[in-house]
Design a protein around this ligand. Structure first.
Ligand code: COA
Ligand code: AMP
Length: 630
C-alpha cells in the first residue's frame, strides 16, 4: 500500500486503522475501542486497555528470545568511552532501579523528575518509572536551577533522579548543586533524590535525602511491570510557551505506544534488529520519542551519544558513529548539519567512512534550509528527509514516510501529513485558504494517538493555547502553506516562541527575566536570523530614568541573569540599550518589524506605528551589535 491509499484508508476508517495498529502492542487487557470522545474536545485513545510501556520496550523482546541483542549503545567522545547494553541486561537494570524507587515509596501516578546527561542511565530511569506506572518529567541539563524549581512546583514529584554532573566540551556541568538549589527554591518538597555519581565530578550527598544510584539498588528486589490504563500519563514534558511558565505536555500511555511503534517502520523504515540513532538529548521530545521509547518499543538498537556534532573531537564524529555502529536511519537537527558543513564543506570526513549501511537522514526541530539539505544529499547520496512535528504531538505531523512509500522530495517542505493528521491552513477567521496561501496551520480534531490529551494540571490553559482560537481544530502555532500537491511548507511561528539550535525557547520568558533587572524599565526580546543556529535571541533594554549606569555593564548583567535564571541553553548573549521601543498606538511592541530590521529585510512601515523615528534608533542600536550581519 502506498502513501495515498494508507492516508485515505485512515480517513475512511480511523477507528479500524488505529485498532489494527494496536495489535502490534502487547496488552494486559486489549482496548475495546480506539477513540474515546465523550469529553470532546478533549480526546483520549485506548482508555479501557491495560498496558505497560516498559514491558513493550524491554521485557517483550527478551521474552521473544532477543535478550542478547544490543538495546543501547553508549558512545561518548567526551569521555572517550563506549559500551553496549543488551536487552536482557537492560531488563535487569531497569527492574532493579524500579525496585529501588518502589522501596522508597514511588508508585503508580507519582511523579519523578529526571535531570540527567546523555548516559544510558537516563533511559533506564525513564523506563523504571514506566515500569511501575510513575510519571516521569525529564528536564534538559542546559536549564538552570530556577527552571528546575518551576518544574518541581508544577509536577510535584516524589523524587528527583539526577547525575552528579554532565559534560560539555571543556566544561563540567555540576548538576547536583543545581538540584540542591532547585529543591531549596521550590515550594514543593521532594521525598528523596537518587544520584548517579560520575567519576568526573562526584557530588556530596545529604544524608537521609540523597541516595546513591547503586547503593539504593543493592538490597532491593527487582519489580515486575505494572499495567496501567491506556489514558494513564506516561510522562510530562515541559515546553516553552508565550510566558515564562512552561507548558506541561502530557503524554498518555497507550496512544504513545501504538503511534511510536508504527512510526518506526512507516516513517523511518527500520525494524527490530536495526540500529537507529537520533542525535538529540533526552531532555527534548526527540530524545523521549526517538532515543528512548520508539526504537526500544520496535526492538531496534538505539544510540545514546554524549558529544557534539563538531569539536568532539571533530566534524567527523557523526559519520564515525554511524559507520562504527552500523546505523541504518539517522535523525538530527539542521543546526548540527550546518555546524558540520561549516567545518567540512567538501565532505572529507564523510568520504573517510564506510557509510554504506546508512539508508536515510531525517531532519526536524527547526526549518531545514535548502543549502544544508543539498549539501547532505550530495555528500551522503541518500534521501534527506525533512519532517515536521512538535513536543505536543510527540511524532511526525508531516513527513515523507519512507517505510510506506518514498515520495518525491520537495526541498523546503517536510512533505505530507501523516495518517491521523487532517492538516488545514486557516485564515484569521478560521476559514481554509487556497493552496499556496499563507495561513495558520491547524489540525482537525481529534489529534491522533500519541499526541497530547491535555496540559498537566492546566486543562484551561490547554484549551486557551490550542483549542479556542479555531474551534474544532488544534492550533499548531506554526504558519505556512500547502501547495497544489498537498505538500506542507512551515514558514514561521505565530507566537513568541523562537527556535535556537533546534531548541524551543520563549522570548516572553527571557523578557520576564530581563524585566526583573533593577535598572530595566522595559524590554523586548526578538529572534534574529543566525547562519548556524537558525535564530538567536537579541534583547532591547530601556533603562529606568536616572539609572546612570554604563550600558555595557547593564548588558553584561542581563546576559548573566538570563543564563543564571533560564540556563545556558537560552544562548542569550546579545543585547543593546535603547531609549524607547517601537510600538503601535495601542502600545503593542512591533517585534516583527524589529526582526526585519535586524535581518536586513525590507519592511512596510506599520500603519499603526506610534512614532516612526524610533525605528531609526533601533537600526542604530542593532548596527552597534553587528546587525544586520551582511
Ligand atoms: N547541559 C548543560 N549545558 C548545555 C547542555 C546540557 N545538556 N547543552 C547545551 N548546553 C550549553 C552549551 O554548553 C552552551 O553553553 P555556552 O554558552 O557556555 O557555550 C549553551 O548551552 C548553548 O548550547 P547550544 O545552543 O547547543 O550551542 P553550542 O555552542 O554548545 O553548540 C551546536 C552548537 C551547533 C554544536 C549545537 O547547538 C548542536 O549540536 N545543536 C544540535 C541541536 C539539537 O540537537 N537540538 C535538539 C533538538 S532536536
Ligand atoms: P519542539 O516542540 O521543541 O519540537 O519545537 C516544535 C517547533 O519547531 C514547531 O512548532 C516548529 O516551529 C519547529 N519545527 C519543528 N520541525 C520543523 C520542520 N521540519 N520545519 C520547520 N519548523 C519545524
Amino acid at each position: 500500500m502506498g502513501y495515498r491509499s494508507t492516508y485515505d484508508g485512515w480517513k475512511a476508517d480511523p477507528e479500524g486503522f488505529w485498532m489494527g495498529l494496536a495489535d502490534a502492542i502487547d496488552w494486559k487487557r486489549k482496548p475495546t475501542q480506539a477513540l474515546f470522545a465523550d469529553k470532546a474536545p478533549i480526546y483520549e485513545w485506548f482508555s479501557d486497555g491495560l498496558v505497560n510501556t516498559c514491558w513493550n520496550a524491554v521485557d517483550r523482546h527478551v521474552a521473544a528470545g532477543r535478550g542478547a541483542q544490543t538495546a543501547i549503545i553508549h558512545d561518548s567522545p567526551i569521555t572517550g568511552t563506549k559500551h553496549k547494553i543488551t536487552y536482557a541486561e537492560l531488563l535487569d537494570r531497569v527492574a532493579r532501579l524500579a525496585g529501588a524507587l518502589r522501596a522508597r515509596g514511588v508508585g503508580k501516578g507519582d511523579r519523578v523528575i529526571i535531570y540527567m546527561p546523555m548516559v544510558p542511565e537516563a533511559l533506564e530511569a525513564m523506563l523504571a518509572c514506566a515500569r511501575i506506572g510513575a510519571i516521569h518529567s525529564v528536564v534538559f541539563g542546559g536549564f538552570a536551577a530556577n527552571e528546575l524549581a518551576v518544574r518541581i512546583d508544577d509536577a510535584q514529584p516524589k523524587a528527583i533522579i539526577a547525575a552528579s554532573c554532565g559534560l560539555e566540551p571543556g566544561r563540567i556541568v555540576n548538576y547536583k548543586p543545581l538540584v540542591d538549589a532547585a529543591i531549596e527554591q521550590a515550594r514543593h518538597k521532594v521525598d528523596f533524590t537518587l544520584i548517579l555519581q560520575r567519576e568526573h565530578a562526584p557530588s556530596k550527598l545529604i544524608a537521609g535525602r540523597d541516595f546513591d544510584w547503586h547503593e539504593a539498588q543493592a538490597d532491593v528486589e527487582p519489580v515486575d511491570c505494572v499495567a496501567v490504563e491506556g489514558n494513564h500519563p506516561a510522562y510530562i514534558l515541559y515546553t516553552s510557551g508565550t510566558t515564562g511558565a512552561p507548558k506541561g505536555v502530557v503524554r498518555a500511555t497507550a496512544g504513545h505506544l501504538v503511534a511510536l511503534n508504527w512510526s518506526m517502520k512507516a516513517v523511518y523504515n527500520v525494524e527490530a534488529g536495526d540500529v537507529f540513532w537520533a542525535a538529540s538529548d533526552v531532555g527534548w521530545v526527540v530524545g523521549h520519542s526517538y532515543i528512548c521509547y520508539a526504537p526500544l518499543i520496535a526492538g531496534c538498537t538505539t544510540i545514546v551519544f554524549e558529544g557534539k556534532p563538531v569539536g568532539t573531537p571533530d566534524a567527523g564524529t557523526f559519520w564515525r558513529v554511524i559507520a562504527e555502529h552500523g546505523v541504518k536511519s539517522f535523525f538530527t537537527a539542521p543546526t548540527a548539519l550546518r555546524a558540520i558543513k561549516r567545518e567540512d564543506r567538501e565532505g572529507a570526513f564523510i568520504k573517510a567512512q564506510d557509510l554504506s549501511g546508512l539508508k536515510a537522514l531525517f531532519l526536524a526541530g527547526e526549518r531545514a534550509d535548502p543549502d544544508t539539505i543539498e549539501w547532505a544529499k550530495a555528500h551522503l547520496g541518500i534521501p534527506v528527509i525533512d519532517h515536521w512535528w512538535q513536543t505536543e504531538t510527540g511524532w511526525a505531523i508531516a513527513a515523507n514516510p519512507l517505510g510506506i512509500e518514498e515520495l518525491p522530495v520537495k526541498i523546503g517542505s517536510p512533505s505530507v501529513p501523516m495518517p491521523g493528521y487532517d492538516v488545514r491552513v486557516l485564515d484569521e477567521g478560521g476559514h481554509p485558504v487556497k493552496a499556496g496561501t499563507l495561513g495558520a496551520i491547524a489540525v482537525k480534531l481529534p489529534l491522533p494517538p500519541g499526541t497530547l490529551p491535555t496540559l498537566w494540571n492546566a486543562e484551561d490553559r490547554f484549551r486557551k493555547s490550542y483549542l479556542n482560537h479555531f474551534p474544532g481544530y488544534y492550533e499548531t502555532g506554526d504558519a505556512g502553506y500547502v501547495d497544489e500537491d498537498g505538500y506542507l511548507y512551515i514558514m514561521a511561528r505565530t507566537d513568541d516562541v523562537i527556535n535556537v539550535a533546534g531548541h524551543r525557547l520563549s522570548t516572553g520568558a527571557m523578557e520576564e527575566v530581563l524585566a526583573s533587572h533593577p535598572d530595566v524599565a522595559e524590554c523586548a526580546v526578538i529572534g534574529v536570523a543566525d547562519q548556524l543556529k537558525g535564530q538567536m535571541p537579541v534583547g532591547f533594554l530601556c533603562l529606568n530614568k536616572g539609572a546612570a549606569r554604563d550600558h555595557a555593564d547593564v548588558v553584561a548583567e542581563c546576559v548573566k541573569l538570563v543564563r543564571d535564571r533560564i540556563g545556558p541553553v537560552a544562548a542569550f548573549k546579545l543585547a543593546c540599550v535603547v531609549d524607547r521601543l517601537p510600538k503601535t498606538r495601542s502600545g503593542k511592541i512591533l517585534r516583527a518589524t524589529m526582526v526585519k530590521i535586524a535581518d536586513g529585510e525590507d519592511y512596510k512601515m506599520p500603519a499603526t506605528i506610534d512614532d516612526p523615528a524610533i525605528l531609526d534608533e533601533i537600526r542604530v542600536a542593532l548596527a552597534g551589535i553587528g546587525y544586520p550581519t551582511s
